[in-house]
Design a protein around this ligand. Sequence first.
Ligand code: FMN
Length: 257
Amino acid sequence: MKNRMNISEQLENRRYFLKDTIRQQTDFSETGQARQQPSPPLQKPYPADTVRVNLPDGATALKQLAGLSVAEAILCRESVRNYTKEALTFAQLSALLWATQGVREVLGTACALRTVPSAGARHAFETYLAVATVDGLLPGLYRYLPFNNQLAQLRLDSNIGVKAAHACLRQDFVIDAAVTFFWTTIPARMEWRYGMAAHKVIAIDIGHVCQNLYLACTALHAGACAIAAYDQEACDRLLDVDGKEEFTIYISSVGKK
Ligand SMILES: Cc1cc2nc3c(=O)[nH]c(=O)nc-3n(C[C@H](O)[C@H](O)[C@H](O)COP(=O)(O)O)c2cc1C
């Protein structure tokens, strides 16, 4: 049937997503948590034969390598789209991963605190890395395992930077990035607690993650550029996620400046 809504009605419908009206309309007794169902895993499981790479301690790396105070990092933060050919070091990458999704404290099987805030501490994200030039890592696709402090090596691919740029609607600065962060969301992790009210807070939460990436990059004399204009299906294909239970939500390129 033809959509008969005019533009202002359509906009009003879209604006609804930004409000918290949904909270009053949600039956929280129906959520997985209220029904005492087990929480979805806090970290996406990986097959037993996955090649895993140990990371150096990210907190230590960030403290040792950060060349700026928080105030200076906030002052100097900017989107950086021009990158040198200099590789990121393994310790720098570890610092960035920790700053964005590192685990501070495990409170049980259903809850852990991380370096970023999250509604209900649900942290409904996974971090994938399109690695082009990071010392000590072969180019390819990796996934951060914050609870193991490891990277899962998903596949090696010397052309990953070009593929990442294509999936980002040919934003060509991505080709020159040392690494591009692709964040997916697994909405069930948030829906388990908030049901229909989960989705706005997922969108809010991912902003915290990317802001920490910006600030940590600035402190490491590297640069990041947030990317929300991307080809949804192409990114989900690149990451080999199903596009339904898990899908790309935000991206950021990173490189030395
Ligand atoms: C949600 C969001 C989406 C963005 N998407 C893109 C993008 O797809 N491509 C891009 O080049 N920059 C993107 N940016 C970066 C903005 O263009 C940039 O933050 C803005 O121009 C302000 O510049 P500054 O970050 O240097 O202060 C995005 C930023 C945000 C916060």
